[in-house]
Structures are given as C-alpha cells and as structure tokens.
Design a protein around this ligand. Sequence first.
Ligand SMILES: [Ca+2]
Length: 352
Amino acid sequence: MWTLALLGLIQAPGDLIYRIQATAPVTLTLPACPEGEGHWIRAAGKRWVRVKPTQAEGGLQFRLDPEEWEGGEALLVVGKTVGVDLADEQPPKVAALRVDGARVADAPVVDLDWRTAPPREIAWEVEDRSRLDTASLLVQVNGQAFAPGTPGIRVRPSSAGRKLAIAVEPEKLPGIDARVETRVALSLADTSPTRNALERTLVYRRMAPPEGGKPVVAHVDSCFEGYTPETLVDGKVMEPGTSTFGVTWASAETNTPHWAVLIFDKPRAVAGVELYWAHFQGEYMVSTRYAVEAWDGARWRPLAEAKGQEPAKSTAHRFDPVTTTAIRVWQPAGGGHPARPHLMWLTEIKPL
Ligand SMILES: [Ca+2]
C-alpha cells in the first residue's frame, strides 16, 4: 500500500517545482526540460540534494525513495534556473520606499495619514537573494488589481533580476475613483522554490470637502457593524434609555487607534469642541484618553488632550480660536471607556 500525489506544480519563469507526497519508492516521469543548473530535491526539514533523472521516452524519469522523507513530502525542482537560491525562504525586502521623492520608513502597513492632495508617485525599491518573479507583481488600489504595464505603474529590474524598482502613480491608474481613503497594496514573490512573497500596504486619506452642498461631513477610521459616521453631525443627540442604533457612531472594537474627522465646506473659526457620548447599559461611554486636533493645511495640530474624564453626557474642550477646515478627535489604542476600551462611541461632535 503506497501513495503518490503531485500536490502542486508551480510554474514561473524558468524552473518547474513539484510538491510530491509519497510513501513508497516511486518513478516519476516528467516532461523534458532544459537541465539548467540541475534538478534538485528536498525532503521536509532536509538539505537540497541534486538528483539525476534518466532520459525516458517522452521525458525525464526520476526514481525517488521517500524512506527518509518526514511526512512523506518533498519539493522537486526540475531545471533550476540561474538566479534561484534554493535555500532562500525569506520574502523580498524593501530597500527603500519614497513618496514624491521623500524617504518614508518601510513597514507592512505604511499610513501616510491625511494629505491635501494624493501622492504623485509611490516608489518601492525591492531586493532579494533570489531573482524576483516580476510576473507575480500585483498592485491593488482599493481592491482593484493592476498588472505591470498598466499606465501609472513602472517596473525596472536590475542586478540580474534580484532588484526591482516599482513606481506607482495613483492618479494615472485607469478607472480609479476619488475617495477619502486610498489603500495601495503591493505583492511580489521571488523565484525560490518556496515562492516567498512580500506584502505591503500604503494608506493615505485626502482632505476633500463635503459633497452635495453639506456644511460638514464626518469620516471615521472604522465602524462597528450597523453604525455609520453621519450620526456624528446630524444634530441629534442620543437620549439615555433609547437605542444607540441610527443615532450614535461606534468604531470597530479593535486594539488600534480610532478617530473621527469633521471636514467643513469652508474654513471656520473654532474655539472648542463638545463631544456627546453614547449611552449604553446605564453609562455614558466617555473615552479615557483622546486628543482634539485641527488641520493646519498640511498636518494635524493638537488643541486639547483628555485623560480620565468624568462621566458626563457631553465633554466640552475650549481653546484659543483657530481657523480651520477640519477637526479630528483621535483616540489611541485602548483609550476608550474602561468597560469597552477598544471602542470609540459618540453620538455627536459639535464645533464651538
Ligand atoms: Ca527571498
């Protein structure tokens, strides 16, 4: 009783990679292909070993003995190509990230916060021990996928394919709708047998005035299911004992910062902000820590900082008047009400 299964064939420029499961010696006949830098096999947890097939009618014959294969599984590389590092199990690295020419620290998720205009160019310089699989490159903008060659995406390989410069010009991509928040996601694999992939996301938000002649619009980082941000500026304040639905906004309940931004149709003089809290299970859901900020045309400027507020229906923060087009209430991770620290839960935000 023995089993043999070809669990998968991965074909990328050059070599063919087979995932094999077998519990008894087997002879595998595979289509002929250039030998390149040889044929190699690696059982789980073991080293790569070169294997010599015999020429058979219709292809190459591999005699494989899984006696020492842990779990009966192995990877077979047929016709290793130049630039593939068999031992490479590390995803490609970002050597540099530049936004409009300025260096930005790389991270799995880079948040550029708010801007008056979208970036003209986002440029990643990626490098790897193995040759990069340019065909695997995928750029997604707000979930819409773009391949290399699309206007707005430029790709330039160097160092025998081990480096790749990827430039994305979001405004030149076809069919991109203007949104407040834009997420640009990048994925790129190397050509090593384990096809290690780099995943990066870059987020930015655009300071866009309210549409439809409204004097103010609210934007938020996230919503608890069923809650929407318009309730923050609809002029209605929730009364205790009534439902929080339709009259309050709650953020998603995640251990991340939460925020609400009000954007005005034209600059306003603001001398304070009154925050009206949601009422839930007999308590006003007053956040423990947060800051009130104003947009100065380029970035957020702090106006008031709150720590350990008293329970109240509303909390007013007054400051020297500023003329601004937007204000933000920003709560750090875990800064919510002690009963629900990962929520931010308000019924109205009133500029004073
Ligand atoms: Ca790699």
